[in-house]
Design a binder for this molecule. Structure first.
Ligand SMILES: O=C(O)CCC(=O)C(=O)O
Length: 235
């Protein structure tokens, strides 16, 4: 369970790191499945935008009851999982994720999502940990972004420089199996990984069912895709 202070921190700062460690046996299973996924689809070595479209068996890790209970505390009782991605950042060649807000390219209205970011490796500055701009979600506005077509990026929408509040950068240092939860308006990103250690992370995206998902929307990542279904949660 999240404490009152943790819920307050999520509302104030835009993210929270609860007391949680995914069991090692699940992490080993995720690693194996991810290895198999990249073997089959080498183009996903750095970033797979919609894991469940390629292998729905990843779903079981998104249905971890402890994780769902944290999300329920933040979104309310009626919510659904709508996507899961893999930001893998391999050693030596891990792509940068430019500063961005997720809501820029998500077909959800009213816009709302809580992302669970699960560390599959220890994540720290040298291997490109996630970075947040603390409090950047608070005005619930989408800030100006521009397209950046540089090759070594996981995502290509980048926050305009003048929108970036560098004073409030927080490095999210996590151990393997730890999670953070962040708000859809949160500005975040991560540097490239030139270190000898990988920095893999799996995300789980949850939305309240008071919002609607547009299934006709075409996601324009390096590959194009649609999300044909969402998964309502029953705890
Ligand atoms: O893991 C990363 O480097 C970026 C993650 C991200 O952008 C997200 O969770 O939306």
């Amino acid at each position: 369970m999240l404490t009152k202070d943790q819920i307050f921190n999520y509302q104030e700062n835009g993210f929270v790191v609860p007391e949680f460690r995914l069991p090692e046996e699940d992490l080993l299973e995720i690693e194996q499945k991810h290895f198999d996924l990249v073997k089959k689809y080498p183009e996903y070595e750095n970033y797979c935008p919609a894991v469940l479209l390629k292998d729905e068996t990843f779903l079981k890790f998104c249905m971890n009851v402890k994780i769902l209970k944290f999300v329920e505390q933040l979104l309310g009782k009626n919510f659904a999982l709508w996507n899961s991605s893999f930001f893998a950042k391999p050693a030596h060649n891990g792509f940068e994720t430019p500063w961005h807000q997720d809501g820029q390219y998500w077909p959800i209205s009213p816009l709302a999502t809580c992302t669970v970011w699960l560390a599959i490796d220890d994540a720290y500055e040298q291997n490109g940990c996630l970075r947040f701009i603390k409090g950047s979600h608070k005005d619930k506005k989408l800030k100006e972004h521009s397209r950046n077509n540089k090759k070594n990026l996981t995502l290509h929408q980048e926050l305009n420089k003048e929108e970036l509040d560098e004073e409030n950068i927080v490095n999210l240092i996590l151990k393997r199996g730890q999670i953070s939860l962040h708000d859809v308006y949160m500005v975040h990103g991560s540097k490239e990984n030139k270190s000898p250690k990988s920095r893999r992370a799996m995300t789980m995206r949850f939305m309240p069912l008071t919002s609607k998902f547009n299934h006709d929307f075409v996601f324009d990542s390096d590959t194009k895709f649609k999300i044909d279904k969402i998964y309502p949660i029953r705890i």
